[in-house]
Structures are given as C-alpha cells and as structure tokens.
Design a binder for this molecule. Sequence first.
Ligand code: BDP
Length: 696
Amino acid sequence: EDGYRLWQRYDLIQNKDLLKQYRKALEDVTVQGSSPTLTVVKDELQMGLSGLLGFKVTVSDKATKRGLVAGTPETSSLIKEMGLEQKLNEVGQEGFLLLSQKHKGKDYTVIAANSEKGVMYGTFHLLKLLQTQQSLKDLNVSNSPKTKLRILNHWDNLDRTVERGYAGFSIWDWHKLPDYIDHRYIDYARANASIGINGTVLTNVNANSLVLTPEYLKKVKALADVFRPYGIKVYLTARFSSPIELGKLKTADPLNPEVKAWWKNKVNEIYTYIPDFGGFTVKANSEGQPGPQNYNRSHADGANMMAEVLAPKGGIVMWRAFVYDNNVPDDRHKQAYTEFKPLDGTFQGNVMVQVKNGAIDFQPREPFHPLFGAMPKTPLMMEFQITQEYLGQGTHLAYLAPMFKETLESDTYAKGNGSTVAKVVDGSLNNHAISGMAGVANIGNDINWTSHPFGQANWYAFGRLAWDHALTSEDIADEWIKMTFSNSPAQVAPIKKMMMGSREAVVNYMTPMGLHHLMGWSHHYGPGPWIKDKPRADWTSVYYHRADEKGIGFDRTKTGSNALSQYAPEVQALWGNPTTCPEEVLLWFHHVAWDAKTKSGRTLWDELCYRYSGGVDSVRTMQKTWNALEGQVDKERHQQVKQYLAIQEKDARWWRDACLLYFQTFSKRPIPQELEKPQGTLEEYMKIDPKFAPGI
Ligand code: BDP
C-alpha cells in the first residue's frame, strides 16, 4: 500500500452478504458503443468490478440476462427502450441517473445519461457505492454537478519544479512528451474523472510564455489527447507579455492591433493542436507579473482582448483577481475589490474572474473575499488552494473540506439573507451561464501523489465540493476513508474524527482568533511573527498582527483601514463590532486589548495562550488516535502518517512557543501557570533555519 491507487483501490469486498448481492446485481455488464469515453467506462467497470467482486468481469455489447447496463439513449438501445427521457431531462449534460429498473421482466441496474461523459460519472458513482459498501437495491439516484467548470490549477513550471508544491516534482514530464505517455497521466485522469474534475490548467500562474511555442504545444496536445476521453479539458496560463517575448513585438498593450492579431494567431494555432482547448488562466499585474496596467489599460481591457479571440473557438479566460501592488499603500485586503468592482459589467461573456477564497492569501482561516457578492454582472470563479502552502505543506495533516465549506457557506447578503458564496460561485444567485471552481493542486510525482497520505483527501474533497458544494465535510471524509483505508467502523470513526478537527488544530497552533500572515519569510512553513523591514510592508508579519503594548490585531473598521466597508451592511454590522464579531476572525478586523475579556471569560492574552496550546494538544490527540490504529491500517501508510504526525507535533510546539514568546514581548503577561512552557527562547526560535525545522 504505497498510496498510488488513491481512493480507487478496488479490493475485494469483505462483507459476504453484500458481495453476494453485488455479484447477483452485476452478473452481466453491458455497455454498447466503443467511443473513447465509453471505452473508459468499460475499462473502469472491468477493472473496478473484477477487483471488488473477485472474478474476471467482462463487459459485453449485448444484454442477455439481468445486470448492469450503462449508456445514453443514443448509444444504448436498451436504455432508449426504457423511456427515461423525462428523468434524463433533469440531469443536464454532465449528470447521470443510477436506477434499479425493471425492463421486459428483467431486473437491471442502469447508468443512464444524456452524454457519454455523464455515463462515465455515473460509472464512478456506482463503483463508489460498492467501495463504500452501500446497497444496490431500489436505486433511484439522479445526480448532476452544481458548478460547470471544476478545475485543477497546477502551479507547475516547465523545469518540473512546482511552485508551492510539496509532493515532489511536476507530474508533467515535458522532456519525454509528446512521445512517451507516462501511465501516471492516465491514472491522474481516472482519479480526476472519478470526482468530477473536468479541466486542468497545466502550468504555473507565474507563467512562462515558452509553453505557447509549437514545441510545447505538441506536448500539451499529447496530454490533452490522454485526458479527452475522461472529459477533462486542458487549459494553459498565458503570460501577458508573450507577444513581446515570442512575437518580438514592442508592446503587449491589449488595445494595440498587432498585439491583438498576435493573440488571435496564437489562439488559432493552439486550436489546430487541441481542438477543444479550454482557454487561459491569467495572472496579471500581480507580484511582478506583466499585465494591461503596464500600458495604462484595465484588467477588463486585458481579459476582453484575449476573450475576444478565444470566443469563436469556445474558449474562456479565467482572469485572476489576486492583485496587489507596491504603489498602493493601502491595506492589501482592499486592493482586489478596489480594482475589480468598478469593472463589473465590462467583461466579455467568456471571462470569469477568479477570486481566492479570502482577501489576503490562503491563510489557515480567512473571512470570505469581499468580491463575492460585489460583482453581480460577472461570473466569479472560486480559487481554493489544495496544496497546503500555509497549512503545514507536505507534512501536516489538515483536512480542508471544513475550510472550503466555511467559505462556501458564508453569507454575502448580496441579495439578502442566504446569498451564500456558494450561490455566487455556482452562478445561481445572478443566473450566470458559466460557473467554476478552481483548486491549486497538491499533486506531484511522489509515489502517493500528495506527499501526506491525507493530502489525497483534500484533492478528493475539492473535486466533490466543486461537483456539489452542499455535501458535508463529514460525508466526504466518510466516503474517502472507506475507499482509501477501510469500511470497518473501527477505522472509519477514529480517522474521521482526526480529520474533522485537523484544520482547526492548525489554525490554533498557527494563527488563532483571526491572526494571519505570521509565517516565516518566503518558505511559509514555520512561524515568523517577527518578520519586518522587507521590501514591501505587506510581505511582513508585523504589518498584519500589529501587536503593541496595548493589544494585537488589524483594525479594519472605520477607525482603521476600513476594509470592512467592502462587505454588505449586514456583514459589517456583525464583524464591525468586537462583541458580535466571531472570535475566529476577531483579530482580522480589530485591534483588541490584551486584557479584553473573551467568550471563555479569559483575557485575550490568556485565551491566545490557551488556543495555541490547544492546537498542540489536538495534534497529540491525533497521534494517540492514530497509534491505536496500529495493526489495523496497513503498515506502510500507518508508519508514514505516524512519522508525519510526529513532525506536526514538533512543528505545532514550534509555532506555539515562537509566537507566544514573541507576542509576550508586547503583552508583558505570563503564560498561564497550568499551560506547558516554551522549551526554547525567542532568540533561538528566531534563528531557526526552516530547512532543518522538522528536527527541532
Ligand atoms: C501565493 C504564493 C505564490 C503564488 C501566488 C499566486 O505564495 O507563490 O504565485 O500566491 O497565487 O500564495 O499568484
């Protein structure tokens, strides 16, 4: 068990009764048709069912007895005869039905859809039912995705390094492409298709224009050809200055006719290689990336120029709103809103503005981004970070579904009560034709794909929530554990408990109560609340925590930066008042006195000490739970997680001790007697080189 098989392990069903039921229901398997996607369906059924049922399952073209039949009314005469039109009308182009159906006196299990892609999604759903040992009796599933584009963003460079990647090198082996197709590409596609991912941006947002050259486009085409049968479209990041770098033009001004013509030709060229190319993701005028503002043009000018040339081909532009600039001395929290809100209504129909979940940068906890709900005329795409840049990277166990859900369920009040971020993102709040969710991938060429075995759960959870944001974190964890580890309640219950509390544990030992951006310079792994005097104030920690003799926290109310004014009045009322502001985001919006009383009755200082210590305790509890599973979980993965948890425990202490000792220099108050004392001194912590951090 090296983890390579992810949640698609397909081992023999151990429950004898269920096995009997499944074998009976799936005795015959019929898939008519031989298109590439139906071949995927057949192969997956053959492999999955053979493993799960313990005999060599063959998929035939003709239905003789009862059994499983999968197809669309066009591909399957049997399904056409069943008269499922009405039900099929409800599931759209990507959805599916999974039914127990009587037909001409025979019992069938039916996977039916309007498209072959839908059949494929239904197939993975059926396999999941078996993997999670659910009954196949009286099936009446009607399922379709809530969000149209469900996309992974790979921050992969052409030299195979991965920006903020912690699971080895890029899985794209550019050197061997296009001639060598690594089997990993196929398994990547299978895994993604199984959770409904239908797009992948192959390259880093800090883009290299080389990927747009014919040499690379041939390689990209090879990947697109592999992914197409799995319903996955390929996208690329487009470096805004490409017309200069590749086209030898003097400018990349989006309103310059030569620049436009260059992009038009380039896009046409891309489509000769990849006829269903998805489009571009663009990071512009952010962190030094070139963009339209270099030519005094707006983000809309830039996005629309690209959108115009992509539109006839069916491509889209995902224009990122992660912008901040040195020349804007104001609170970085406010910049994206300030720049983008006035542009609402000016973007072409095939532009989506891609907004990070929070206004700063993927912190362990951020209040939702104020742009959600503020641009009703523009489809806003969610950008989550699956890779754990700020949550312990490749070694900490942090199950992120609760974090994703927290943002999705936040109420923007844009159209009154219940205008959740999820409804903004799925397009339902403002009736947008396109909608999307992007997740920055945590995938690399490590044997288990994600470094930490539990990192797989975050990839899985992202896909599941992009498909259906109404799923609960518990349910997602439940199915992932059953498929990845075991159906035994003795394993499922404790593992789920570990997962459910894990993100909050990270918040507590890193950045409790709304603190943020306390991490060490550049590596973002360990603590660095003391970071100051850098080229940009908003790259330092002191800019964000603002600790002084009086207290700690960033005043973002009227008396401070007033970033709060970017939210709806209801949100302002709730968060603007320190007594109603949830403690989880208190110091995000308020500078609070060290002795202010918190909900627990403790002073703010004591409460911070308790939260930091509580974070460490939670990790120790996870360790105990995991240790008790020794002998039940396979040795290989048990050992790996155990070692990672030991690192996490050390790191949690490191964070707690370094942060408390540092903040204590301002609070001048003792750490409560009953709590564990820091082992090192502040000076020692400030000297730690993060390269050796897990050893402290
Ligand atoms: C930050 C990362 C940086 C990315 C940037 C982005 O530290 O590496 O390039 O976000 O999203 O989180 O563009």
